[in-house]
Write a protein that binds this ligand. Structure first.
Ligand SMILES: NC(=O)c1ccc[n+]([C@@H]2O[C@H](COP(=O)([O-])OP(=O)(O)OC[C@H]3O[C@@H](n4cnc5c(N)ncnc54)[C@H](OP(=O)(O)O)[C@@H]3O)[C@@H](O)[C@H]2O)c1
Length: 336
């Protein structure tokens, strides 16, 4: 909903005074709740009071700008997150500014057209999120935003990522290190710089994978990065849940996106047995709204994740090395 500025009147001045008073009272109660939880933690009663005052504070101050950040928004699941979150905010009639991040500007522009609607503004950040440099760049944009005015990060989707098919030895080393920098370093750093701007009701969704449940031969570094994402996400969730911030790890199996094309360097165009990105993202958003720790959509994925508890990690790695070979072709022009 686009809000128009009304000319100042005596009533609106009065309303502004009332609103200012209410905000002061809310800040006071919020501070008291913080003291209470610090003294009485981990009592469930004090946690309840804290979460309640946080949400009262949020509803009073909800006029401040809400930002939704999605990394890897130029294709696949990231683009789907952008579309479906835009639907969600517009259905709730909540204004929000969407920050869409990825390297391919042309694709971002296309997705932005799908995302724009009443009350939703879109800003494009055609940038590489890789490593500390990527985190610094985004931190700089947030710093500029802080100078402009108050804002709150309502939703963060750490989705940018990629994999590589093939054995560790046969895969370009620089590419493997880049994978760690995108899948782990950027995701961790972006959570770190966004958290101070989040409060009760904010959401973080980190995209892990079904590959996070077992070491995988022919997918060694990718599976390890996604194990990291799942472990980090669950621990972060435990640390911030008392503040009313929900954190969810999305752990999908094969999804029909550009993933296989990138992972095989063009040798395999489609993800085999891939399910729809639209359904996977819709299920993930439902889980995040319910405050669930993980989102695993299909029954067969849930079954595999569950069974991984009973499979020896060494046997799993050896089995996948021997029997799960995926095509890949060497990359030209990249040293490693
Ligand atoms: N598809 C699957 O089967 C599957 C299964 C489990 C988990 N996942 C995970 O799901 C996430 C999304 O992948 P997808 O399946 O949707 O594949 P995708 O269609 O290839 O999308 C990957 C997205 O990440 C972005 N990205 C990659 N490197 C980046 C970088 N350095 N800086 C900024 N953006 C970057 C890409 O944009 P640009 O190229 O424009 O930068 C693209 O928007 C990934 O984390 C992936 O590991 C996928």
């Amino acid at each position: 909903m686009v809000r128009e500025k009304a000319a100042p009147t005596a009533t609106s001045a009065h309303e502004a005074k009332d609103r200012f008073f209410v905000v002061i009272v809310a800040v006071f109660y919020r501070k008291s709740a913080r003291v209470l939880i610090r003294r009485a933690s981990p009592s469930p009663l004090s946690r309840g009071i804290f979460t309640f005052t946080e949400s009262v504070f949020h509803s009073i101050t909800s006029r401040i700008k809400q930002i939704v950040i999605i990394t890897g928004a130029s294709s696949g699941m990231g683009a789907e997150f952008a579309r479906q979150l835009a639907d969600e905010y517009s259905a709730k009639q909540e204004a929000a500014e969407f920050w869409l991040i990825a390297r391919t500007e042309k694709n971002l522009e296309r997705i932005a057209e799908d995302v724009k609607r009443d009350g939703i503004t879109v800003r494009l950040f055609p940038m590489d999120v890789k490593g500390m440099e990527g985190v610094r760049k985004l931190a700089m944009h947030l710093g500029v935003e802080s100078e402009v005015g108050d804002y709150r990060i309502a939703t963060l989707v750490n989705n940018a990522g990629f994999g590589t098919y093939g054995t560790f030895e046969d895969t370009n080393m620089m590419r493997q290190l880049d994978m760690i920098d995108v899948n782990c370093t950027a995701l961790t750093g972006i959570c770190g710089i966004c958290l101070p701007h989040m409060g009760a009701g904010s959401r973080i969704i980190n995209v892990a994978s079904l590959a996070s449940y077992l070491p995988l031969g022919n997918f060694a570094v990718y599976a390890a990065t996604k194990s990291y994402v799942l472990s980090f996400t669950l621990a972060l969730r435990a640390e911030v849940q008392d503040k009313g911030i929900s954190v969810t790890a999305l752990c999908p199996g094969p999804v029909s996106t550009n993933f296989a094309n990138v992972a095989s360097n063009g040798a395999r165009k489609e993800v085999r047995h891939g399910v729809s990105a639209k359904k996977t993202v819709a299920h993930c958003l439902r889980c995040a709204r319910k405050g669930k720790a993980t989102a695993i959509m299909a029954f067969k994925w849930k079954f595999k994740a569950f069974m991984s508890r009973f499979v020896s990690k060494t046997a799993g790695a050896r089995f996948t090395y021997l029997y799960c070979k995926r095509p890949s072709q060497p990359e030209a022009g990249i040293e490693g």
